[in-house]
Ligand binder design. Structure first.
Ligand code: GTP
Ligand code: MG
Length: 196
C-alpha cells in the first residue's frame, strides 16, 4: 500500500463524532510526546499532515485521515500528560477503552512508546485493553535514533520479551521518524492490516 496520498478527513472531539464505523481503521495511540503525529507524517511522506509539537498534549482531538476510501488512520490524543486535569484524563481513558471495545472497523492498534522509557503504567493498561478485545497491536519504540545500535537492539529484544505478558497478537519494532529506522517494517505491517 502506498501511504503517500493520505489526506485529512476530520477532527472529532469524541468517539461519537467519528466517521461511520465501516471499512478498515488503524489507530495510533501513546503517551503525549511519544511521536504519534511524527510517525504518521513519516509514514505518509508528508511534513505536516498531522500536527507535531514540542509541547506535550498538542493533539487534543481525534484526527482522522484517509489512505484511500474505506481505509483510515486515526491519530489519537496522547495520554499521560501530567498537566491535564484528572477529570479530563479519566474521561479520555473511558472514551479510549470504549473505542477499543466497540469500534468494529478497528483492525489494528499502533502503540507508540519512547524507546528510552517503554511500558509505563498507562501503556500497559492500553495493551491489556487491546489484547483483551482481540485487537492486533504493533508497538513502536520511538525515537530509536536516541540510542546507539547496541543499546537499541538490546532494548528491542527486552521489549519483545516483555510483550509476551499481554498475550494476543503483539509485535514490537524500533522506529525513528528522524532516521526512518523501522519504517519498512511498519509499512509492511499496516499494509497487511488494511488488506486483510
Ligand atoms: P501529542 O500529540 O502531544 O500526544 O504528541 P505526539 O505523540 O504526537 O508527538 P509528536 O509527533 O508531536 O512528537 C513530539 C516531539 O518528539 C517533537 O518534538 C518531535 O520532533 C520529537 N520526535 C518525534 N519523533 C522523533 C524521532 O523519531 N526522533 C527524535 N529524535 N525526535 C522525535
Ligand atoms: Mg500528536
Amino acid at each position: 500500500i502506498n501511504f503517500q496520498p493520505t489526506s485529512f478527513v476530520t477532527s472529532a472531539a469524541d468517539i461519537r463524532q467519528l466517521p461511520a464505523d465501516e471499512g478498515v481503521e488503524i489507530a495510533f495511540a501513546g503517551r503525549s510526546n511519544a511521536g504519534k503525529s511524527s510517525a504518521l507524517n513519516t509514514l505518509t511522506r508528508q511534513k505536516s499532515l498531522a500536527r507535531t509539537s514540542k509541547t506535550p498534549g498538542r493533539t487534543q482531538l481525534i484526527n482522522v485521515f484517509e489512505v484511500a476510501p474505506g481505509q483510515r488512520l486515526i491519530d489519537l490524543p496522547g495520554y499521560g500528560y501530567a498537566k491535564v486535569p484528572l477529570a479530563v484524563k479519566e474521561k479520555w481513558q473511558r472514551a479510549l477503552s470504549e473505542y477499543l471495545q466497540k469500534r468494529q472497523s478497528l483492525k489494528g492498534l499502533v502503540v507508540l512508546m519512547d524507546i528510552r522509557h517503554p511500558y509505563r503504567d498507562v501503556d500497559q493498561e492500553l495493551l491489556h485493553w487491546a489484547t483483551a478485545s482481540a485487537i492486533p497491536v504493533l508497538i513502536l519504540l520511538t525515537k530509536a535514533d536516541k540510542l546507539k545500535p547496541g543499546a537499541r537492539k538490546n532494548t528491542l529484544l527486552k521489549a519483545r520479551e516483555a510483550a509476551l505478558v499481554f498475550g494476543g497478537d503483539v509485535h514490537v519494532e524500533a522506529f525513528s521518524s528522524l532516521t526512518k529506522i523501522g519504517l519498512a517494517q511498519v509499512e509492511a505491517h499496516l499494509s497487511r492490516w488494511l488488506n486483510d
